[in-house]
Write a protein that binds this ligand. Structure first.
Ligand code: S3P
Length: 448
């Protein structure tokens, strides 16, 4: 297992300085590969995230018959098979740690008349898949799942899919996308109603590849997304913006290490992803946006972040879907703020790569931060810039990439070094994280 130690920058008289670009957006990368694989002809993707999760999706799509290769210039090329053209994989599909890859591809496989078997690593095999199985069964697919609707799962897809109208029980872009991707090979219109909007990259990219998607209101803030089935998707060029969920870590480090000033360029700021920035600004963070632009329907900007004092706040729970992956780093940041930070309405965090509410509560608690774990949230009592450490504590990250990065950032700003286990998982979403932070002046080393 990879164990790393993050050293406090201030004790070496260092602040974080520089200009960086974070790797491509994970959600957009998965979806670009998938839609490229469903178009006839060659699509190209610039800035694809080359993290383990996305590479697992690429491998699975090859097994379904798409040709996918990486050019020497880092541009990816996909020759797709067309909607309805997936082949039966000859082997089990291993999606590794990737919930997005597994759920989206289950949707795809469900409405092709082929049988495929999905599995994943120990974490993914614990995660609930019933949430996608339920609507996909309504469309006519059959599933043989392990206990409690978990992976490994055999999908017996149907060539005669029924279009459905499905109301999401939780705000989840993965469920929405699984149903819409399944709807691509169903006749007529497939509709998803989401009570609270979740990230809309699937809708954007479906349109970009030529599908007909309409979005309307369904009362009470709910959105209805309707897809016309059996489109002939056209190959496209996709430019993937920097992942705001990855940018969150250097942004947090720059806010916490005194004297820092860091520019993060080309960050995707889709409003259904960017609520962490609103929250940090509510806490007093100095984050300015420059060169705001729109690229292929996604807003992008360069951010300049300056260190400064932060105050705890009550995070509005309706923001949760638009910053769902950022609560771990927010909890770490909250330990440095003055006063309490209250995070509620985030029970979905319990079924991510780990139970992220418990993982943050346990890790912060072990370091000496006062935390209250709630069924659907977390309260962190801040230490006004002087977040504690306990010597000899090793943070158990539950093999979760975002928990690992959150505690490494904590260590850069704490009173002493912090030892973090399971750092190899960082590669799933943010390859090069340690090198990028080191380039800003951070000291993160392999533990002996
Ligand atoms: C994702 C959706 C979110 C998020 C995950 C990526 C996506 O999950 O946590 O990291 O790409 O659709 P849910 O849809 O389960 O909320």
């Amino acid at each position: 297992m990879s164990v790393k130690i993050a050293h406090p920058a201030a004790s070496h008289g260092i602040s974080l300085q520089g200009r960086i670009t974070v790797p491509g957006d994970k959600s957009i990368s998965h979806r670009s590969l998938i839609l490229g694989a469903l178009s006839v002809g060659e699509s190209t993707i610039h800035g694809l995230l080359e993290g383990a999760d996305v590479l697992a999706t690429a491998r699975a799509l090859r097994a379904f018959g798409a040709e996918i290769s990486r050019g020497i210039n880092g541009v990816w090329h996909i020759n797709g098979v067309g909607v309805g053209g997936l082949m039966a994989p000859s082997d089990i599909l291993d999606l590794g740690n990737s919930g997005t890859g597994a759920r989206l591809l289950l949707g795809l496989a469900a409405t092709h008349g082929i049988t495929s078997v999905f599995t994943g690593d120990a974490s993914l095999r614990q995660r609930p898949m019933e949430r996608v199985i339920t609507p996909l069964q309504q469309m006519g697919a059959r599933f043989e799942a392990s206990g409690g609707g978990r992976l490994p799962i055999t999908v017996i897809g149907t060539n005669r899919a029924l279009p459905i109208e499905y109301r999401l029980p939780v705000a989840s872009a993965q469920i929405k996308s699984a149903v819409l991707l399944a709807g691509l090979n169903a006749p007529g219109c497939t509709a998803v109603i989401e009570p609270r909007p979740s990230r809309d990259h699937t809708e954007h990219l479906l349109r970009h590849f030529g599908a007909e998607v309409t979005i309307g209101n369904d009362g009470d803030g709910a959105r209805r997304i309707t897809l016309t089935g059996r489109p002939e998707l056209q190959p496209q060029t996709v430019r993937v913006p920097g992942d705001p969920s990855s940018a969150a870590f250097p942004i947090a480090a720059a806010l916490l290490v005194p004297g820092s000033e860091v520019a993060v360029t080309g960050v995707g700021l889709n409003p259904l992803r960017a609520a962490l920035l609103d929250t940090l600004r509510d806490m007093g963070a100095q984050i300015t946006e420059h060169n705001r632009r729109q690229d292929q329907g996604e807003p992008i900007a360069d951010l300049i972040v300056r260190a400064g004092p932060l105050r705890g706040i009550e995070v509005p729970s309706e923001r949760a879907p638009a910053m769902i992956d950022e609560y771990p780093i927010l909890a770490a940041v909250a330990a440095f703020a003055s006063g309490r930070t209250v995070m509620r309405g985030i029970s979905e965090l319990r079924v991510k790569e780990s139970d992220r509410i418990s993982a943050m509560a346990n890790g912060l608690g072990a370091l000496g931060v006062q935390v209250e774990e709630l069924a659907d949230g977390l309260i962190v009592h801040g230490h006004d810039g002087a977040a504690p450490i306990r010597n000899c504590v090793s943070i158990n990250t539950e093999m979760d990439h975002r928990i690992a990065m959150s505690f490494l950032v904590y260590g850069l700003a704490a009173q002493g070094p912090v030892r973090v286990t399971g750092c190899e998982m960082i590669d799933t979403s943010f390859p090069g994280f340690v090198e990028l932070m080191t380039g800003l002046g951070a000291r993160i080393e392999d533990a002996p």
